[in-house]
Design a protein around this ligand. Structure first.
Ligand code: AMP
Length: 387
């Protein structure tokens, strides 16, 4: 593998579509290998903008705007970092010869809960919760009867828990309908899923390229309002469940194809493993790998993109805690207690230019046995404030 210098006629260029905290870490890894980094987001001074050679503000939902910047910059690899991107632009870019990671069809399938669910359950035969797709309130009520209560209602196009709710009885459906309507994305269609009474849920980070597929140790996580708050690695699993989890991860990532890392989300009950969803990019719960692995999920993503070997070592247990802003500010300050800067813990601050209540601003990382790391992460994150 030859590594050229950035900003030369022969440089290797990556374009990040979405420049949040995950993109920022990918950009830093790219800088370490001498790649030229072009970071795109819909607002100025997004996290990855600060560590890129060029930063552009583009409406990523606008097909022509995305294609214009792609044609202008001519990246070797286009790395979608978020879901809200014009899929038509990605298909067109691919047709014009650009390399979309992992590929435009995989992005298309995974950005829509209906597409990925039908693909996983009906084409690949993976075990999932029972589900029904609905477009009207009447269909929603009928779906509740079919999948049973409690059930989980989600817009087919949404992320981070937006528009999502649990209905425990038929009378809850009216409220679920209202919540879904307010969600961002195309809320016209909903998926109604039977509630899986899982023992725990994991992310199986899976990196692949044409030569190999590797799995990270399973990551356990805790969600609040559809958003991750704590994650730890490894999640203790039975050998049978771990094996099944890897098999499902291999099947779905082979099915989607292409190069890159995937966050495969799974529910585990006893030795049973249910496929939930998959993101074809680094996963927020995987930030814990910044402290547990010789190659973080971001480094592995880049290696997979470049077609490099995917070998890495698991250094040891760890945990992460997301810090979310309490305040609205146009000049946010993340106030970190110095005790966090310890031999076994540190913080990564995302450098977001504005804060609003609930916005993820930083992550605490702790290296220790899982139990100790998790309880320390829980404690340390309370020692951060913002203003
Ligand atoms: P999602 O946006 O689909 O990743 O859902 C966010 C979180 O809601 C998951 O990580 C689970 O904790 C929970 N959840 C989603 N779907 C189900 C389900 N069918 N059964 C139980 N919990 C669920």
């Amino acid at each position: 593998m030859e590594f050229s210098a950035p900003l030369k006629s022969n440089s290797t260029k990556i374009m990040l579509l979405g420049s949040g905290e995950l993109g920022k870490e990918v950009a830093i890894e790219a800088q370490r290998l001498g790649l030229e980094v072009i970071a795109i987001d819909r607002y100025q001074n997004a996290p990855a903008h600060h560590v890129a050679h060029r930063a552009h503000v583009v409406d990523m939902q606008n097909k022509e705007a995305v294609l214009e910047i792609v044609r202008r910059e001519k990246p070797d690899f286009i790395l979608p970092e978020i879901e809200a991107i014009s899929i038509d632009a990605l298909f067109e870019a691919e047709k014009e010869g650009f390399h979309v990671i992992p590929n435009a069809e995989a992005v298309n399938k995974t950005m829509n809960r209906k597409n990925i669910r039908v693909f996983a359950a009906e084409e690949l035969g993976l075990k999932t919760s029972p589900y029904v797709f609905v477009k009207s309130y009447e269909e929603l009520v009928a779906a509740g009867e079919k999948v049973g209560y409690p059930c989980v209602i989600k817009p087919v196009m949404s992320s981070s828990g937006h528009g999502q709710s649990i209905a425990r009885k038929p009378e809850d459906m009216q409220n679920s309908w209202e919540i879904a309507k307010e969600a961002r994305g195309d809320a016209s269609e909903l998926i109604v899923e039977g509630f899986v009474d899982f023992d725990y849920e994991i992310t199986m980070l899976t990196a692949r390229n044409e030569k190999e597929t590797v799995f990270c140790e399973p990551i356990g996580h805790e969600q609040r309002d559809g958003d991750y708050v704590f994650s730890w690695q490894p999640m203790q699993m039975s050998e049978v469940a771990k094996q099944k989890a890897q098999e499902i991860a291999k099947t779905i990532t082979d099915g989607l194809g292409g190069r890159g890392i995937f966050g495969v989300e799974l529910f585990i009950k006893g030795d049973e493993v249910y496929f939930s969803e998959v993101s074809p990019r680094p996963h927020d719960t995987g930030m814990v790998t910044l402290i547990t692995q010789s190659q973080s999920e971001f480094a592995l993503h880049l290696r997979a993109v470049l077609g490099l070997p995917l070998g890495f070592a698991f250094y040891g247990d760890g945990a992460s805690a997301a810090y979310k802003a309490e305040n609205e500010s146009y000049a946010p300050v993340v106030d970190v207690n110095e005790s966090i800067f310890d031999e076994k813990s540190f913080v990564r601050v995302f450098s977001k230019p504005e804060s609003h209540k609930g916005r993820r601003m930083a992550v605490v990382l702790v290296f220790d046995t899982v139990q100790k790391a998790l309880s320390k992460a829980r404690e340390l994150v309370t020692k951060i404030q913002d203003c």
